[in-house]
Design a protein around this ligand. Structure first.
Ligand SMILES: *Cc1c(COP(=O)(O)O)cnc(C)c1O
Length: 374
């Protein structure tokens, strides 16, 4: 059996080992230290955002963003249905109520008309704005609507580090931005995340809450409920080496997308997720949908065919309103349930920045040989 091709494996560069060694040699083996400080500064510079707090995961960053926004029991938080569960789980951690919104069929991001409808009906406290598969939202419009209605915008940029909307990087939109450095993301610290914001007080609060909310006394004094969410100095060392390479990682993923696109987009019944207007996606994962009226194959069949060759691929995210955990929640959609259709017809292809040309050609060949046109 040939070596397994993963969907989005870690891509380690040349400087990770040296920086980890530095962390070990300096004995900063703690959820704080000079690499944590530097990683935060370098990420703030990269995103052109004022402040950043490195954390143990993107999920922790999402949770803290809601704590800092004073989201609590009785509050409603909007979230696109088409996302990874972590986006919504943070709402439940706070005992708040998620309301799910369907997405636009062209961009796969939040449907703006439905957002406006949901704001009118539910008077939500906050919105988790998810840049799905690296695709930014139309932030000018979304932020304008949310500002007018006093809805706090938290950008879940876990999948969109390196993406751009107009002249700004993803992560920089809304009151706070959430990044993930999980092993499958565009850059990784094995596990890790970051909360970023232009509001210094919010990031100061995140640092305080993520290190057990200890008051400034000699003994351990606690007024607030704290968490153990800070990033380790060893992992921040990996993150710094990874961030050095971000531009080339984004370029690789965009090239991989382009190659899939060139090979398959002419086929009637295959529709790729395209860059939205003013958007430049990092192409975290290359995705397309299959129109079953034109093609006699299902996503599941293609996934199985790839799996037989030891190649990992996945369906598009199963929407939250179809998850047993969330299926009793409110869901705002048109009569066409777009996120459900995307789940049923969409596939995510191997897109790691270390994917070899020959590997990608093999993937394309397998897909083509499994398509039977109607
Ligand atoms: C990966 C991901 C997260 C969670 O990040 P972790 O670092 O794995 O906790 C949150 N939201 C989305 C959209 C993600 O893809």
């Amino acid at each position: 059996m040939s070596k397994r091709i993963y969907l989005s494996p870690p891509h380690i560069g040349s400087n990770e080992k040296a920086l980890i060694s530095d962390a070990l040699d300096s004995n900063w083996i703690a959820p704080l230290g000079p690499h944590v400080d530097s990683f935060e500064e370098e990420m703030s510079d990269y995103l052109r955002v004022g402040h950043a707090c490195a954390l143990s995961s993107g999920t922790a960053a999402l949770h803290l963003s809601l704590v800092i926004s004073d989201v609590c029991r009785g509050d409603i938080v909007l979230c696109p249905s088409l996302t990874f569960a972590a986006s919504a789980n943070a709402i439940l951690y706070q005992g708040a109520t998620p309301v799910f919104i369907d997405v636009d069929p062209n961009t796969w991001t939040l449907n703006i008309d439905l957002l406006q409808k949901a704001i009118k009906i539910f008077s939500p406290k906050a919105l988790i704005a998810v840049d799905i598969y690296g695709q930014p939202l139309d932030y000018d419009t979304v932020i304008d609507i949310c500002n007018k209605n006093n809805v706090i915008v938290i950008e879940d940029a876990a999948e969109s580090l390196g993406s751009e909307y107009k002249d700004s990087k993803c992560g920089a939109f809304g009151q706070m931005g959430v990044l993930s450095f999980n092993g499958n993301k565009i850059i990784t610290t094995s596990g890790g995340g970051m909360l970023v914001s232009d509001d210094k007080e919010k990031i100061k609060k995140a640092r305080f809450l993520s290190t057990q909310a200890r008051e400034k006394t000699l003994h351990y004094e606690h007024i607030d409920l704290g968490y153990n969410y800070r990033m380790s100095n060893v992992l921040a060392a990996i993150g710094r080496a990874q961030l050095e390479k971000i531009d080339s990682r984004v370029k690789s993923r965009r090239d991989i997308f382009q190659k899939y696109y060139n090979a398959l987009s002419e086929i009637d019944g295959i529709e790729f997720l395209k860059d939205g207007q003013f958007c430049k996606s990092n192409r975290w994962l290359s995705t397309f949908t299959i129109d079953s009226s034109k093609i006699n194959t299902t996503v599941i069949e293609i996934i199985h065919a790839l799996e037989e060759e030891n190649i990992e691929s996945r369906p598009v995210w199963k929407p939250m309103h179809l998850q047993p955990l969330y299926n009793s929640c409110e869901y705002i959609s048109t009569k066409d349930d777009i996120s459900k259709t995307l789940f049923e017809t969409g596939i995510c292809l191997p897109s790691g920045s270390s994917l070899k040309n020959s590997e990608q050609e093999k993937i394309i060949d397998i897909i083509i040989s499994n398509l039977s046109l109607k």
